[in-house]
Structure formats: structure tokens, C-alpha cells
Ligand binder design. Sequence first.
Ligand code: AHM
Ligand code: MG
Length: 336
Amino acid sequence: MSNRISLTRYLVEKQRLDDHIPGQLRLLLEVVARACKTISHAVNKGALGGVLGSAGSENVQGEVQKKLDIIANEVLIEANEWGGHLAAMASEEMNNIYLIPNRYPRGEYLLLIDPLDGSSNIDVNVSIGTIFSVLRMPEGDRGVEENDFLQPGKCQVAAGYCVYGPQTTLVLTVGDGVAMFTLDREMGSFVLTQDAVQIPADTREFAINMSNMRHWDAPVKRYIDECLAGKDGPRAKDFNMRWVASMVADVHRIMTRGGIFMYPWDKREPNKPGKLRLMYEANPMAWLIEQAGGAATNGRERIMDVQPTQLHERVSVILGSRNEVDRVTQYHLEAG
Ligand code: AHM
Ligand code: MG
């Protein structure tokens, strides 16, 4: 007998306990987790599975697609389209929304995914991940449109990511805290390894791509300069820096031990609000971080309050330990 709690048992008990997870949503989460297991296997095979390298195509954002970007996207579509829990999907790797084919029943939910985040790390054997966000399809007896997806992050009903690192870990929220599940490769199941995850309000660790420093806006530069000044500076403590260049891995570190992650707007592309995508990168991460006691803003506004106007919209991201995020946000507000 084992008292290990599998993802299935966790979801069933949650559904029974407080109706936080209706049946279709439970199915959706199980299906996404199963797809993540398949992606994890492909990632682990690496060169042996012929999955490394570029696919020779570009996605809607003009980025070169890696083979694994496309494989992960297909795995998630194939796993999800027939179950009757989805009305439509949207993905970083697809220009338009993906409608559930007519031969399958239509469900109540909309799924948004970044199938393989941190693509630049695939070929060099560094952690990557899958990010997902779930919205409810607005009521109405009609076809699904892109507009149905344009809901602020506060409307999410579930969000999570799976990090493919030394371990494969699934991190999930349905709005009552954050739970972490580790993949047991022998058993093939996700096992609950931490519940009610909380991140400390203070930190001595920041994550930002320092090579962009000369392009930053003044409030970001002020914050980082103060961190770099260390013990003798205004913060009176030394800071450490980490940057994996996989948002999933950088956020997972913060989930585990606190810290602040920033991919702020910068002057390289003045007309773009930031690099990361609002709907399938920033929103799910923002909700997870808030559910773990942290904060997430775009420098001026809570990320989950931002009203999206486009599916692939970008946003400035500052998230992690609450007091640090509040400080950076305050610096932005002071700068006007
Ligand atoms: P991707 O979804 O195409 O992989 O891009 C997003 C990634 C994030 O995971 C990461 O935080 C960021 O891009 C790294 O950017 P940079 O290479 O500019 O440091
Ligand atoms: Mg990404």
C-alpha cells in the first residue's frame, strides 16, 4: 500500500470536496498532463528520437520553429481534440485559433498553450517546458471566434506548466493554491510532491536578461542598479542573479525558493509592449505566482487585469516575491 497521491486522485478528491473542478475540467487537466508525459518522453530521447534542430518553418511571431515546438503542439492537439471538453484551442505555434473538428463533441472550455517554452534551450539539453491556461467558453449557441479567447487573466479557471528538467514536474492551480506533481517515470504517473506552495515575500535573487540593460526603461534600471550595489547600496544586501532563458525554468525556481523574474518592455522594439505573450505565457504564470502568495504586474497594472485585444499580444512581465514586485511597480508608478 502506498499513500502517494496521484494527479488523478488529487483531482477526483478536489472535485468531490468543493466542486472546484467540474468533470470536463478534470478530464481536460488529465489530458493535458498525459500530453506533457508524451512530450517529456520526446524531450528525453533528444537526438536519439530525431527531435532536435529546426523544422525549417516560422511561427506567427516570425520565430524559427524547432522540431520539438511542432511535435509538442501536435501532441497537445491530438490529445485534446476528441475528448469533448474543449470548444477550441490557441497556441503560440498557430496563427489562428484551432476549432474542434465537427466529428467530435464540443465542450465548455478554451485551452491556450505555449507547447514548448524556452525553445532556444532544446538543442543544448537545458530545461524547457509547456505552459497552459484554461478559460471558459462564453455562453451562446454559435461558433467559436478569436474574440471568445480575449478574456483577462482573472477569468482563468485553471493554469499550469510542466517543466522538463532533471525531473519532469507539473505545477497546477485551479484557484485554490498551487500543487506540484513529479512524474514517476517507472509508474508513468504524476505524484503529488508539494501542496499549498508558498513563495517568500522577500528575496535576494533576480532573473533578467542583463544583456538588454542598455535598452531598459529607467525604473527597471534603477531597481537592478540597486540590487547590484549590494550590501553597501540602498538595499543593504547582496543579490544573486540567475537566467535560464526558459520562463518555465526561471519561474519554477521562484516557485521553489522565491525570487523575481522580469522580462520588461525595452527600447529595442518601442512599439511592442514586451517579449512574452500575455495569454499563454504571462497570464498562467501570473495566476500561479499569485496563488503562491506572490505578485505579477506589467510595471503599472496587475497582469491578470490586462484586457487582451489580440490572441498573440505581448506584455511586459515582472513577477515573483511580492515585496520585490511591489517595489519595481512602485518605481514605474513614480516615473509616471
Ligand atoms: P519561446 O516561447 O519562443 O521559447 O520564447 C520565450 C522565452 C522565455 O521562455 C524566456 O524567458 C525568454 O524567451 C528568453 O528570452 P531571451 O533569449 O531574450 O533571454
Ligand atoms: Mg514561450
